[in-house]
Design a protein. Structure first.
Length: 236
């Protein structure tokens, strides 16, 4: 079965756009005809960026800085007339230590990059999404569903994103649909470098998760809001 999406005349803002998942989300929306406003703290032309700048309008910004978020949302709105969809992808992973051995700086980094960016993106984009009866999709994680050993702060932030999305959905019934996706291990260059001996065939590719972003942002899921959607594959 072949499924296609048409986002012509729609504007999507993607945070964390230079990373593996963010760039895949940008590419998927661009291929579906959307105007993609991509943002990241990383420069789009840096060696760390995986994003094709020809597919997007790029806005470099630190989404842990509220003034920068406000200015970015205003610029995207001014340049493109509004925002229909927000994809809050910015995030990172740290772990390996039990709670009592975890540095406060690591905890604060995860809170800022994972949860604060999603909160600020939602806070400032929501008035635009409400005007368009748009959608929001954020990134939680499978590990947000339970405690675990060695990456507690990461799990806390991803559980926070799930509850943030549920709250936004509750506050915007009939206006903005808000959902999150829950990956496990994504097949990215960084993860392959960190786990070279893992079975990479069991990992999910960013492009596959990006299609779930399309579905949750489309008319195909009109009654889905407040959901945490597994995207970790049948083997996970």
């Amino acid at each position: 079965m072949s499924v296609s999406f048409d986002f012509s005349d729609r504007v999507v803002l993607v945070t964390g756009a230079c990373g593996a998942l963010g760039s895949a989300v940008c590419e998927a929306f661009a291929e579906a005809g959307a105007t993609v406003a991509a943002s990241d703290v990383v420069a789009v032309d840096s060696e760390d960026s995986l994003l094709d700048p020809d597919l997007v309008s790029f806005y470099r910004a630190d989404f842990t800085d509220e003034d920068a978020v406000r200015e970015t949302v205003e610029s995207v709105t001014s340049d493109h007339g509004g925002i229909d969809h927000l994809c809050a992808v910015a995030g990172t992973w740290r772990g390996g230590q039990p709670i009592e051995e975890t540095d406060l700086s690591e905890y604060e980094l995860l809170m800022n990059v994972n949860l604060k960016t999603a909160f600020l993106a939602a806070k400032h984009a929501l008035p635009r999404l409400q005007e368009r009866e748009g959608t929001l999709v954020a990134v939680s994680a499978k590990s947000a569903l339970e405690g675990g050993s060695g990456d507690g702060p990461y799990r806390v932030t991803k559980a926070g994103i799930r509850l943030l999305v549920e709250s936004i959905a509750e506050e915007n019934v009939g206006t903005v649909r808000a959902n999150c996706v829950m990956p496990s291990v994504i097949d990215t260059p960084m993860n392959r470098e960190m786990m070279p001996d893992a079975d990479h065939s069991e990992w999910v590719e960013p492009a596959e998760i990006a299609r779930t972003f399309l579905a949750l942002s489309s008319d195909a899921t009109p009654v889905t809001s407040g959901a945490a959607v597994p995207v970790y594959g049948e083997k996970r």
